[in-house]
Design a protein. Structure first.
Lengths: 170, 326
């Protein structure tokens, strides 16, 4: 381990012992669940340790602000995950032949959804719409072009942009 | 170690090659690709190891996308998600929570977000001393400025016990839903606008509130409730006492209620889906159900009526008629 890495770890340990308590309480208030709050508090420090910005200690002058920003994002991810999970189950329930995938399979699918969601989030709304029409509704490009009132090359351009975003994130 | 042999899946791929792979994917999904296109792709893929690795990634992506159901999932993925702060952009994490249900997603709403999960309630005390109880699956944004104290009800249900403003110049307190605003006058009241609801409902337990919706104002006093929404504003009515207030104790009270309505109510507290079979939808039921204790509520249902509760998974539960063969 390099000196810098050792120093960083030392730093995070101090941060942990000074701030873990209130961060956990803060998360608990937001989530209404102690167990999940403990998990996310843990994740927050893992993020700090693995973040490149952590080495830039200017962020540490205000450790509370720094930690709550990370924790807030983790809470947001947590809710988004629940939202996607719910939407997925609803979609399953709406199918003519209801299937109930195993919990393990569901977990994998939700992970996949989160990944795809993250890629799509950075794209313009029209790109996202075109991509989902193709990939989730199974429409061919000509139909999408007609539906969205754009040209065929435009549809292809948006599709390529969306595929690239997903491939780059992998 | 940096030999070429270890150039595995984790080695970065030239963005230009990824772009080519994206173009191939685009071609193949157009609905017109034939054997000729696949052959050309195969040539491209085999022409260099980097192409091969890019295509392995593309195949994994196709695998992920294949078989995803549309409908509600599509709507959720499509919903414009607020950009998250970019403090940790290298981590590729998604999104702030989306702004609640129904039509409100388009609006930019300021304020601090609070949210309760399905099956949980969340008590809060705000900076001015106002106390809130968030019922199941509820999201609010609290926006206090020098001029006003605003609580946006983005979805779900809240109980508000208002406090006088400690600021030197007292600021008005108001609760906004997509249908209108509720301004309390020293009071305890609840506001509901859950995801399946067609309009907003305010129930006043103490004091009074002023409701302002679609150009009309009305005063609702203790013991009354009022619905307001797209269909306009009703008349204040005597509220159902215990039935309307029970949720603040984690209960759902049914008085000769349609089973379908009760199941829909309990579904709000369910992290997954609780559905009622059409054949038993019209049965009537009375009782007090501990909504936060899901298993107990469902057991009570099954004891009170000729129905059975079928758990397809923990997330997906149906209330059905008892079958002859079971």
């Amino acid at each position: 381990m390099s000196d810098a890495a050792a120093a960083l770890q030392q730093h995070v340990q101090t941060l942990y012992s000074d701030h873990h308590g209130w961060l956990r309480a803060w998360l608990r208030r937001r989530l209404g669940c102690g167990e999940r709050a403990a998990d996310l508090a843990q994740d927050t420090f893992v993020r700090v340790l693995s973040s490149r910005q952590a080495a830039d200690t200017t962020a540490w002058r205000e450790p509370r602000a720094y930690l709550t920003t990370i924790a807030r994002n983790l809470v947001a991810d947590h809710w988004r995950r629940q939202e996607l999970e719910r939407a997925y189950l609803e979609a399953l329930a709406a199918q003519p032949e209801p299937l109930a995938p195993s919990p393990e399979a569901q977990l994998l699918i939700v992970e996949t959804l989160l990944r795809i969601d993250a890629c799509l989030a950075a794209l313009p709304a029209l790109t996202r719409r075109i991509f989902l029409s193709s990939q989730l509704d199974g429409l061919v490009y000509a139909d999408i072009a007609e539906q969205m009132d754009v040209s065929l090359p435009t549809v292809k351009r948006h599709m390529s942009q969306a595929f690239l975003a997903c491939l780059s994130a992998a | 170690m940096s030999s070429a042999h270890t150039a595995g899946a984790d080695t970065p791929i030239d963005p230009a090659i990824l772009r080519e792979a994206a173009d191939w994917l685009t071609q193949l999904h157009g609905g017109e690709a034939g054997p000729k296109e696949w052959e050309a792709l195969e040539c491209w893929r085999a022409s260099s190891p980097a192409h091969g690795r890019a295509w392995t990634r593309a195949e994994a992506l196709m695998g992920d996308l294949r078989g995803l159901p549309g409908g509600p999932l599509r709507a959720t993925l499509e919903k414009p998600a607020a950009r998250r702060r970019h403090l940790l952009r290298l981590l590729w994490l998604p999104l702030l929570p989306t702004a609640g249900w129904l039509g409100w997603q388009q609006m930019r709403i300021d304020g601090e977000r609070w949210r309760s999960a399905a099956g949980e309630q969340l008590p809060l005390t705000l900076a001015d001393g106002t106390r809130l109880l968030l019922n199941t699956a509820t999201e609010i944004a609290v926006d206090f400025t020098a001029q006003a104290r605003t609580i946006h009800l983005l979805g779900g249900e809240i109980l508000v016990t208002s406090a006088p403003d400690p600021a030197p110049l007292p600021r008005p307190l108001r609760v906004l839903t997509q249908d209108g605003s509720v301004r309390p006058i020293g009071t305890r009241f609840s506001v509901r606008r859950a995801s399946g609801d067609a309009d907003s409902r305010v129930v006043v337990f103490e004091g009074a509130v002023e409701v302002d919706a679609r150009g009309r104002q009305d005063r609702v006093k203790a013991g009354q409730r009022l619905d307001f929404g797209a269909g306009g504003m009703g008349q204040p009515q005597v509220h159902a006492g215990l039935t309307d207030e029970a949720w603040t104790q984690g209960m759902v009270v049914a008085r000769r209620m349609r089973l379908a309505d009760l199941v829909a109510e309990l579904d709000r507290y369910h992290p997954g889906f609780l559905r009622c079979h059409p054949d038993v939808a019209e049965l009537r039921i009375s009782g007090t159900f501990p909504a936060l204790a899901r298993a107990r509520s469902l057991q009570l249902l099954a004891e009170s009526l000729p129905v059975q509760v079928r758990e397809r998974s923990a997330y997906w539960v149906t209330v059905e008629p008892i079958r002859a063969d079971t």
